[in-house]
Design a protein around this ligand. Sequence first.
Ligand SMILES: C[S@@+](CC[C@H](N)C(=O)[O-])C[C@H]1O[C@@H](n2cnc3c(N)ncnc32)[C@H](O)[C@@H]1O
Length: 284
Amino acid sequence: MLTDAQFERFSTFIYEISGIRFQSNKNYFVASKLQNRCTALNLPNFDAYYDYLQKPSSKLEEYPKLMDEVTINETFFFRNQPQLDAFEQDILKPKLIDMKAKGQNRLRVWSCAASTGDEAYTTALQLISLPEAQGMAIEIVGTDICRKALETARNGVYKPYAVRNIPQDLMQKYFTHDEATNTYQLSDTIKKMVTFQECNLIDENRIKMLGHFDIAFCRNVLIYFDEPSKEKALWNMYHAIKDDGYLIVGHSENIYSQRHIFKQDKDHTAAIAYVKAPPGTPKL
Ligand SMILES: C[S@@+](CC[C@H](N)C(=O)[O-])C[C@H]1O[C@@H](n2cnc3c(N)ncnc32)[C@H](O)[C@@H]1O
């Protein structure tokens, strides 16, 4: 356990670098994660680790390792099928048809808390099967603050739990089962559709480097933020999403409190889709 003062110091530190807000009931969780870092660095106690984090070199080397520890990377392919079906029918297909009609042939999709890649690859699997996507240049970018998760994403090897919801035909076509390890290797055809990069959602300058997207997924990450860090992340996403683009949030989430930034797309409620609020919308 951390003392109250230690918890306050570490949780504030984590919040400032990531936007993730730990409440005091997470003391045991945070302590066990910090203990892993103390052990790895051979440091005698939490205070020594806090001092270590203040070293200038820690920003590049230790912050990412701390993030690897404290982030929750739970994800799986085709997470919430009804939402994804609605996304495909109501957003993706009409968007592709509209883009083609306008002579635009490049679709950019962002999975902004991609974890081990399951969400970004799910979009790739949806797109590769769509006749409307034929002839389009598809670019899917998966980003996350957790380096470890991104490494798994790039490898594209998954345990049965992660792939359990994938339709059989897609499974057969795009995965190879390895009997020895009981894992599933994703084919290069799908892997090539997605690139992964480290990116912190509250880092405005880093996000600017990603360019602009037609569709952004931001599912199951803002639940770890408080209102100010949620607002910061959403403004960053606002600038990264094209004016006629969409933001898709998790099926049990809503960002109503930030409706001056994104407003729910009333025509596409099943997809849990949001569009940009008109510029100058007052904060209520
Ligand atoms: C629970 S996973 C969600 C994965 C996927 N979007 C899904 O819904 O299945 C949350 C992810 O958010 C990432 N994350 C947390 N804070 C972040 C931040 N400030 N910037 C970028 N990613 C962050 C974590 O590393 C983790 O991989």
